[in-house]
Design a protein around this ligand. Structure first.
Ligand code: HEC
Length: 507
């Protein structure tokens, strides 16, 4: 053992490690109920290992990320399995951390002197959710794109600092390559770094303060007496953590890792779903499992309640979790004597379960594919020129009706377009279509000039009951134009060139 002694003389880590392993814990704590914390730690280690392996192939660039995942899925030996392990490991980790938290809460383990251990645990939960969210963004597929869009829109509703925060997170006004670099940095360096340090501190405190004894009804925690009682208990009936207490942890952690592997093997990796494209809204994006409940809540809330609930609820929930051990640091630990706590956990668990279930089935609102395949009503095609009919086809193919009603049918996200030509001039329509704005995606990259020309020619025919078309106010004042030819390209040679010249400028 010369080598061991050589290192031990210099590092001195062996003795405290052996002492920590063999330190006495209450016999009652060597229970199957006490295995979740160590299982969460093991899952975290699994995530680190699989994450490092994924990072060897994954390309954090907006144009290549999606391809590199396809490459992993199809070309790299067992690449799909690695992705599946990391994805399922993430879902399992969130679930086990939550179960660990519920167990700690029900057993009163957050009470004196373990308040700070609980508070750090709350931050570990938030960081774990942060890992799940940033990881989902790295997939950079349709789900990631829309999930991030929803996340950004939630954040943007924070008063005053909302908009700058969104800009900081996205790195640009739109979701693009700067966004992906930022989320890669968060997911690979920043959050795991803090998480590692937090877990170390958390475990250190568990060692220092001792594992919570099995609660007994009527055994009250008092700051003045608890620690002396705990030490007496340990002296009387304590057992060595390794091996008497730890073997259950080891078996459970192994079972969980096997379960992750089984899910990965049978259900495969998550996505990537379609390539991200803001103009394809005929999509049913779904967040990953930890956020399904939030997705359902958001889609079911009446719009007027959305902002207050989105902004206030998380603050209240996190504050309540952080303050819990400070206001309830003493008293009964046993669940049978804490009916309110039991009721609270049951209500939260049942609602999370129901909302998660709903999140699987809730359609992306508004229902986007309802009108996509419907043809333009025939009265809108009567006596139209070939160009205008071509435009109707573009209108149908680009699924404008997912958001716009025409002839009483279509989505209600945007205004109905039955008489759009009486509200907007041709130039304004071109601008709206190419640049989007006001919750409409920009179609500048999704339409070529001739499609745009046709589309706008069709839009110009939408004048309700043949009302006068909209006019450019300055030209209307000049008073020389008959209604039919104002404000349009009719004077121009069947407009192609002016579109590309004028369109990309904002008024
Ligand atoms: C994701 C939903 C969505 C899609 C898809 C969509 N739009 Fe829009 N559109 C909107 C919204 C919302 C507005 C209102 C913008 C505003 O208030 O500034 C709008 C406004 C417009 C306007 C101006 C209407 C007015 O009366 O001011 C036109 C014209 C228009 N869209 C045409 C189109 C065309 C053509 C397409 C298909 C290429 C399309 N839209 C696809 C949501 C959408």
């Amino acid at each position: 053992m010369g080598l061991y002694d050589w290192f031990e003389h210099r590092l001195g880590l062996g003795k405290p490690a052996f002492e920590a392993a063999a330190h006495p814990v209450p016999a009652s704590s060597a229970s199957w109920w006490y295995v979740f914390g160590s299982a969460a730690t093991v899952l975290f280690m699994l995530q680190i290992v699989t994450g490092i392996l994924l990072a060897l192939v994954y390309t954090p660039s907006a144009s290549e990320a999606w391809n590199s995942l396809q490459f992993l899925n199809d070309k790299v030996a067992l690449g799909w399995f690695l992705r599946a392990l990391h994805g399922w490991g993430s879902d399992f980790m969130v679930a086990i951390v939550l179960i660990h938290m519920v167990q700690v809460f029900m057993f009163g383990a957050y009470k004196f002197p373990r308040e700070l251990t609980w508070i750090i645990g709350v931050f570990l939960l938030i960081l774990t959710l942060g890992m799940a969210f940033t990881g989902q963004v790295l997939r950079f597929d349709q789900d990631a794109y829309w999930g991030l869009g929803i996340g950004a829109s939630i954040m943007s509703r924070v008063p005053i600092i909302g908009a700058p925060m969104v800009h900081l997170l996205l790195g640009a006004p739109i979701i693009g390559s700067a966004t992906l670099s930022r989320f890669f940095t968060l997911h690979v360096f920043v959050i795991p770094g803090i998480l590692l340090a937090g877990v170390a501190l958390h475990v250190l405190m568990v060692l220092r303060l001792g594992i919570n004894e099995w609660p007994m009804p009527g055994r009250i925690v008092r700051k003045s007496t608890y620690e002396a009682e705990y030490h007496k208990l340990n002296e009387k009936e304590g057992i060595a953590f390794v091996p008497d207490g730890a073997w259950k942890d080891a078996i459970f952690a192994a079972a969980i890792v096997l379960a992750v592997m089984a899910c990965a093997f049978f259900f495969g990796p998550f996505g990537p779903t379609g390539q991200p494209d803001p103009t394809i809204i005929q999509t049913a994006p779904k967040p990953d499992a930890p956020f399904l409940w939030l997705f359902a809540v958001l889609s079911l809330l009446p719009p007027s309640l959305e902002t207050p609930i989105i902004l206030i609820a998380p603050v209240i929930i996190i504050a309540a979790m952080l303050l819990l051990p400070l206001v309830a640091g003493e008293g009964e630990k046993h669940w049978a004597r804490r009916p309110v706590a039991v009721l609270m956990v049951s209500v939260i668990a049942v609602s999370l379960g129901i909302f998660t279930r709903l999140g699987i089935t809730t359609p992306w609102s508004p229902v986007m594919n309802a009108w996509s395949s419907d043809a333009i009503p025939t009265q809108y095609l009567h006596e139209r020129t070939p160009l205008e009919r071509q435009g109707a086809l573009v209108f149908q193919n680009k699924q404008c009706r997912d958001c716009h009603e025409v002839g009483g049918q279509g989505g209600k996200r945007g205004p109905d377009l039955d008489s759009v030509a009486t509200r907007l001039t041709e130039d304004q329509m071109v601008r709206q279509v190419l640049q989007g704005g006001g919750n409409m995606p920009a179609y500048g990259n999704a339409l070529n000039p001739s499609e745009t020309t046709a589309l706008v020619a069709f839009l110009k025919t939408l004048r309700g009951n043949d009302l006068r078309p909209a006019q450019d106010a300055s030209r209307a004042l000049a008073g020389s134009n008959p209604p039919e030819s104002t404000a349009t390209g009719e004077e121009r040679p069947s407009g192609q060139s002016h579109l590309s010249k004028e369109a990309p400028r904002k008024p």
